[in-house]
Structures are given as C-alpha cells and as structure tokens.
Design a protein around this ligand. Structure first.
Ligand SMILES: Cc1cc2nc3c(=O)[nH]c(=O)nc-3n(C[C@H](O)[C@H](O)[C@H](O)COP(=O)(O)OP(=O)(O)OC[C@H]3O[C@@H](n4cnc5c(N)ncnc54)[C@H](O)[C@@H]3O)c2cc1C
Ligand code: FES
Length: 220
C-alpha cells in the first residue's frame, strides 16, 4: 500500500488562517485517518509530514498551517505543479470505538474531516486561537467550536471514546481527562518511515520512533 508518486496539484484554497492543498490521488491509497504522507514541494530537499485531511474520489486533501519554509513552499504550489508524496505512513486511529468524540486544537483538526467521515460524523469539540483560525471548523460536521480564552478541555463531555489531535499541552490535558483516549502526536520528521531516528520520543520511559509507532498512541 505504501508508495511514492508525483501528484498533480489541483488547487490551494485559503480556509481562514490555513491552506487546503488538493492534489490528484494518482495510484496512492489514502490509508486510514490519522496516517500521514511525506510531501515535498519541487526543489525542496526534505519532505514534510502531513495528515490526510480528506480523501474524496480521486483526490487527497491536506490542511496546512504555513509556519516555515517547507509548509510555505507547499502552500505556494499552483495547478501546474506537482508534489512528491510518500505514504500512507504510520499508525492511524482505531475505528472500533463505541461512542466516538473527536477533539481537535488548531491545525490539529487536519485529520478530523477524514476521521469524521469514517465514523459517520460523530460529535466533535474543536478549539482555535481566533475566529479566523476557526473557519477551518467548517470541514468537520457536528462540531462545537470554542475560541481562546476558552479551551477545548473546558468543553469536553464525559463518557466518550476520545480521538484527539492538537498541540502537546492540549493532548496532555485530554489524556488526563480521558485515559483511554487515542492521541495523535507530532515530532519533526525527516524520513517518515523509521530510518533517520529524527522523530524519537519517550513513551513509558522508552525511546520510540513516532513515525512507525505513532503518530496515534493511546493515552494510558
Ligand atoms: C505525523 C504528522 C502529521 C502532521 N500533519 C500536519 C498537517 O496535516 N498540517 C500541518 O500544517 N502540519 C502538520 N504537521 C506539522 C508539519 O509537518 C510541520 O509544521 C512542518 O514540518 C514544519 O515545516 P516547515 O519547514 O514549514 O517549518 P520548520 O522551519 O521546519 O519549523 C517551524 C517551527 O516549527 C517547529 N516544528 C517543525 N515541525 C514540527 C513538528 N512536527 N512538531 C512540532 N514542532 C515542529 C520547528 O521546531 C520550528 O520552530 C504534522 C506533523 C506530523 C509529525
Ligand atoms: S522520521 Fe525518520 S525515523 Fe521517524
């Protein structure tokens, strides 16, 4: 299922503070929600990990926060360009949950549209730092949206199987609230498939490569 391919860019659309990169899927499999692709813009040496945001027929969508040179290069692509893609990579979310609740913070909502579709649009709680960032919530059905200073953790109902993606402090708080939660973590990644050890994180006192053992890990 894992392949590398040059994909044609269809469009880069602005969605509030973020960009939605739409590419033709080619022969690539979208994988399961929470898995990611390593994407490289032309003439960029290192690719960047990006979660699959949605996989409509024939397409792959990526929601991108342009925070540095790699993400800015991806967001500057146009319809005549191609992007090198390798994936799907990593371990995604387990979908065998009874009462799913999706929780996202900021650009951490990126994998949630695909996850929502795969779980028949369960409730979601999404947190953003501004109304402009919150425009991306339109991609996730059935979402309650909170904006700072309100935090997502203040809006979490009890009794759900939580699946979350967002900044580290948010994931720590969500994991404390729901110890069985599935949490999608981030680390800088150079290869995405276990070769460079650039993404090593400490899990239960042991060093693990997040790209092969994650990015989704169970909180407990
Ligand atoms: C599995 C996975 C999935 C991801 N999915 C998405 C996504 O769907 N959309 C999206 O916009 N971003 C996503 N990211 C984060 C994205 O890959 C980084 O923002 C990107 O690599 C930054 O590259 P840059 O060249 O633009 O900026 P850099 O110049 O590389 O980084 C800018 C700043 O961000 C920090 N940084 C870079 N990468 C990370 C990281 N992974 N974790 C924490 N801090 C980092 C750097 O230390 C630096 O301070 C994902 C990351 C991972 C690991
Ligand atoms: S990114 Fe290279 S080992 Fe994980």
């Amino acid at each position: 299922m894992l392949r590398r391919e040059a994909l044609s860019v269809l469009a880069v659309e602005q969605l509030g503070a973020y960009s939605l990169l739409r590419v033709a899927r080619g022969s690539l499999h979208p994988g399961v929600p929470g898995q990611f692709f390593m994407l490289a813009a032309p003439e960029r040496v290192l690719p960047r990990p990006m979660s699959v945001c949605a996989a409509p027929p024939g397409e792959l969508w990526f929601l991108i926060d342009a925070i540095g040179p790699g993400t800015r290069a991806l967001c500057a692509l146009g319809p005549d360009d191609t992007v090198q893609a390798l994936g799907p990579l990593g371990n995604g979310f387990r979908l065998d949950v009874e009462r799913p609740l999706l929780v996202g913070g900021g650009i951490g909502i990126a994998p949630l549209p695909y996850l929502s579709e795969s779980l028949a649009q369960p409730p979601a709680v999404l947190g953003f730092r501004s109304a402009r960032h919150a425009e991306a919530a339109s991609l996730v059905p059935n979402a309650e949206v909170v904006i700072e200073p309100t935090l997502v953790t203040e809006a979490l109902p009890a009794g759900y199987d939580v699946l979350a993606c967002g900044p580290e402090p948010m994931l720590d708080a969500v994991g404390a609230f729901a110890p069985g939660a599935q949490l999608a973590w981030e680390a800088p990644m150079a290869c995405g498939y276990g070769a460079c050890y650039g993404c090593v994180v400490e899990v239960d006192g042991e060093l693990r490569r997040l790209c092969v053992e994650g990015p989704v890990l169970v909180a407990a």
